[in-house]
Design a protein around this ligand. Structure first.
Ligand code: NAD
Ligand code: DAU
Length: 339
């Protein structure tokens, strides 16, 4: 079996490659990645010289390049993680989100039609459902919840999902879609909440909490997401959407306080800054369908996952140190300088 993982030099894609190498050592894995600011080849060091692994630098929105790769490699399974993934960047500049997340997905779908695949899996997000009110803890996102996006990022992801459904219905392409809640774990780029707060706390810098910090996210350890995708690819029904989440809803402010406590740093580092535009209040996944259909359940409790994650950032300072000392400085200044 030959599996193409797009966006495999990013956070979840790299964790997925490591997961697949353990679970299916007989598979050939091709990672296709543009290596944007969020892609890091060093992350793939542990697999780079494996015989069953190949890295190809390419843009999923470059039709000619993608067709050429399919022509040579003929993947059986395509798992699309490649995306612009940061909501704040999409608010600043939506264009590239449409190019990569929508047009890039279309190019991959066309390539799958043209060359034939056993499965195309689209890695989507719970953000396509919009948000839920804080005073209705009884409400959850199911696979039937209507799409209702808030940010250019979530709008681009929802558009890609619609294209996948259309290619299934119109051309019979064997697609599946997963919509997961917030991930955390090793190799997450330090622009996202958890690694950003860990990095700032370690440097005794202010921890920028948007607004009051009362927004709720449903946190899932990255390996549990990878396990769910693996199950969907192998046992899921084509044309089906699967929600993935672990009923682990937490307020941002509480996450930040846990990180400070674990690192022995004072809460006085918390700084409330101007809120994100259009900030979604609460995400909460109902994962009963994937549980009933495929037997998936998360394995990592948040209290263990966050300890493992903090430990990983402590032990791998060079990985994220290189990032925060580079071009990221300019981004940070732009995003947080006058906030
Ligand atoms: P990330 O930003 O860490 O990684 C994205 C990867 O895609 C990078 O390696 C980047 O170089 C690559 N890439 C970007 N544009 C590309 C292009 N045009 N062609 C080829 N490669 C390109 O993202 P992530 O957090 O690992 O998210 C991966 C996927 O999972 C995304 O589709 C995202 O929408 C989805 N998702 C993320 C989360 C989360 O909490 N991080 C939750 C649910 C779903
Ligand atoms: O829900 C899944 C989504 O989770 C994925 O689709 C996205 O790719 C991923 O980036 C993530 O989106 P969020 O916007 O929820 O994640 P982020 O880490 O950017 O922010 C989490 C929460 O923390 C959010 O309410 C905003 C807040 N926040 C974030 C940052 C970076 C802060 O308060 N301060 C910060 O500096």
């Amino acid at each position: 079996m030959k599996m193409m993982v797009t966006g495999g030099a990013g956070f979840i894609g790299s964790n997925f490659i490591f997961y697949e190498q353990e679970k299916h050592p007989e598979y050939q894995i091709i990672c296709l990645d543009k290596l944007t600011y969020a892609g890091n080849l060093a992350t793939l060091d542990p697999v780079m010289h494996e015989e069953n692994f190949k890295f190809i630098k390419a843009d999923i929105a470059d039709r000619e390049a993608v067709y050429e790769i399919f022509e040579t490699e003929h993947p059986d399974i395509v798992v699309n993680f490649a995306a612009e993934s940061h909501v704040d960047r999409s608010i600043e500049d939506p264009g590239i989100f449409l190019t990569t997340n929508v047009m890039g997905t279309q190019v991959l779908l066309d390539a799958c039609r043209r060359y034939g695949v056993l499965r195309y899996h689209q890695v989507s997000t719970d953000e396509v459902y919009g948000d839920l009110p804080l005073d209705r803890p009884d409400l959850f996102f199911t696979e039937q919840t209507p799409l209702h996006t808030s940010s250019p990022y979530s709008a681009s992801k929802a558009s890609a999902d619609l294209l996948c459904n259309a290619y299934h219905r119109t051309y019979g392409l064997p697609i599946t879609i997963s919509r997961c809640s917030n991930n955390y774990g090793p190799y997450q780029f330090p622009e996202k909440l958890i690694p950003l707060m860990i990095a700032n706390a370690l440097a005794d810098k202010p921890l920028p909490v948007y607004g009051e910090g009362l927004n709720v996210r449903d946190w899932l350890y990255v390996e549990d997401h990878c396990a769910a995708i693996d199950l969907i690819i192998h046992n899921g029904q084509t044309g089906q959407v699967y929600n993935i989440g672990g009923h682990n809803e937490m307020r941002n402010i509480d996450i930040v306080k846990i990180i400070l406590e674990q690192l022995g740093k004072p809460e006085s580092l918390i700084t409330h800054v101007k809120d994100r535009k259009g900030h979604d209040m609460r995400y909460a996944i109902d994962p009963s369908f994937i549980h009933e259909e495929l037997g998936w359940l998360p394995q990592t409790k948040f209290r263990d996952g966050i300890k493992k994650t903090i430990q990983w950032y402590l032990e791998n300072r060079s990985w994220w140190g290189n990032i925060v000392n580079g071009e990221y400085q300019t981004y940070y200044e732009r995003m947080y300088g006058n906030r």
